[in-house]
Design a protein around this ligand. Structure first.
Ligand SMILES: C[S@@+](CC[C@H](N)C(=O)[O-])C[C@H]1O[C@@H](n2cnc3c(N)ncnc32)[C@H](O)[C@@H]1O
Length: 448
């Protein structure tokens, strides 16, 4: 039997497809999350960064198996329907020691071909095509996009293209080189840089040329911060973590907002408040009364890692076009707070969602839903052309155009959906991935 993780009761919401596997018991070599938090308090985003990306013990650092790889493409048109597909996945799991499959892997090469086609239709080929991929996992997206360009683009496009992968995990960086190297001619056009994409210094100088940035299921794994308010109306406070004396437990500490990244993020999250309606005013007064009668604490997770990455990318690659896909919604989340993550590990071959993010010990994936409308606001803000940055009303308000599409809509527009259809018409790419979306952002030419 297989268990599809992140499925709603109606099985409509499927994210990374996670298969049961024997639990690999790493605890003797894992750091305790406590070692991650010393005597000095740290922000929640630093705790998450370490739990996922610590060089020695982080979830992604050592285990190339944290991203599942299929030996060969699935022949969907030879499968009868949904149950045959699920059975096929179950067998795959039995043969492989993997944690989960992402869509680019499950639907290879078709998923990446859709992305390549979107680039081909939009790119300006007066300059050589340059693609950056952040968090390329096993390298499947890179290889398939280069295959597509080799087979479908004008000769000069493939001949002159470069593909730069920025990958934080050394084991995955190595895997990417192997995957792309399956086609010898790709290697001279491909480079993997093993580094943290959030770190501005790693990007060197500004690259002023037009380019593409691809990020598939990366935003969900970026560090977030937690903010807290003791009731419905008090201002937000930032959450820090500290050890309790000599005891192993970690506790949360609430401090007034001071961290500039959190403050910038909250400002963007609050932007809509400028356009307060009468309805909002009524809600606000009701909150005021409720906070006196029944004070209820609030917690919200803020995408500070996403904000940091977009700030860095807009600075380093000012003419970038962006394609990102991620979860718009995650079902059955146990962690409290708005926009809270799933924290998933394996126990005895079963996927178990943890109740506390503080229990993530390097064997647990921590992933968040993406609020795509907030992503768009952050992107506009980081591109530097929001209203607040312009003095004159005649100045262009923004220099990017964006669109958010359901995965099915994106694949119907740019992909080859017939290739992922089973005999009875069931199409897992279109029918199951209802909780994932694509975000595209391209620079406009009206910047002065
Ligand atoms: C969930 S996996 C997705 C892999 C691949 N994009 C896919 O869809 O199969 C997240 C990937 O992002 C990488 N990653 C996460 N944070 C990163 C960062 N700050 N800089 C570079 N790579 C990062 C991880 O190591 C991993 O390869």
């Amino acid at each position: 039997m297989i268990s599809l993780r992140r499925s709603s009761p109606s099985s409509l919401y499927v994210g990374r497809v996670c298969l049961r596997q024997p639990f690999r018991f790493f605890c003797s070599t894992f750091f305790s999350s406590v070692d991650n938090v010393g005597d000095k308090p740290i922000l929640v985003r630093d705790f998450i960064h370490s739990a996922l990306y610590d060089r020695n013990h982080g979830y992604f650092a050592k285990r190339s198996g944290s991203v599942g790889v299929l030996d060969k493409s699935i022949k969907f048109n030879q499968l009868q329907g949904r149950s045959a597909y699920l059975q096929y996945l179950d067998n795959l799991y039995k043969q492989n020691d993997i944690s989960w499959f992402t869509p680019v892997e499950l639907f290879k090469p078709w998923y990446a071909y859709g992305i390549a086609e979107a680039i081909l239709r939009t790119a300006n080929f007066s300059v050589p095509l340059k693609i950056y991929e952040v968090g390329g996992g096993s390298g499947t997206c890179a290889k398939c996009i280069m295959d597509y360009m080799m087979l479908n683009a004008p000769d000069r496009v493939y001949k002159n293209m470069t593909y730069v992968s920025v990958e934080i995990s050394s084991s995955l960086a190595k895997k990417q080189k192997e995957t792309v190297g399956e086609v010898g001619s790709h290697l001279s056009r491909f480079r993997v840089e093993c580094r943290d994409a959030l770190d501005r210094s790693g990007w060197g100088n500004v690259d002023p040329q037009p380019c593409w940035v691809i990020m598939l299921e990366v935003l969900d794994n970026l560090p977030h911060d937690l903010i807290y308010s003791p009731n419905q109306i008090s201002p937000w406070m930032e959450v820090w973590l500290k050890k309790q004396g000599d005891r192993p437990q970690i506790s949360e500490l609430y401090k007034p907002l001071r961290d500039p990244l959190i403050e910038r993020c909250i400002k963007i999250m609050d932007m809509d408040r400028d356009q307060i309606t009468w309805g909002d005013r009524i809600v606000s007064s009701t909150r005021h009364i409720l906070s006196k009668l029944v004070p209820k604490s609030r917690r919200a997770w803020t995408p500070t890692g996403c904000m940091q990455l977009l700030e860095v990318l807009h600075w380093a690659l000012p003419k970038m076009s962006l394609i990102a896909s991620d979860f718009s919604f995650l079902p059955d989340v146990k962690i409290p707070g708005e926009n809270a993550p799933l924290v998933s590990t394996k126990k005895n071959g079963r996927t178990v969602d943890l109740d506390s993010y503080l229990d993530a010990k390097g064997d647990a994936d921590i992933f968040f839903p993406t609020d795509f409308s907030l992503l768009k606001r952050i992107d506009h803000h980081c591109s530097g052309w929001l209203k607040e940055h312009t003095d004159s009303p005649s100045m262009p308000v923004k220099k990017i155009r964006t669109i958010t599409l359901d995965t099915a809509a994106f694949m119907e527009e740019f992909g080859l959906p017939l290739k992922t259809r089973t005999k009875d018409g069931y199409n897992p790419l279109l029918d199951d991935f209802k909780n994932t979306k694509f975000y595209l952002s391209v620079p406009t030419h009206n910047t002065k």
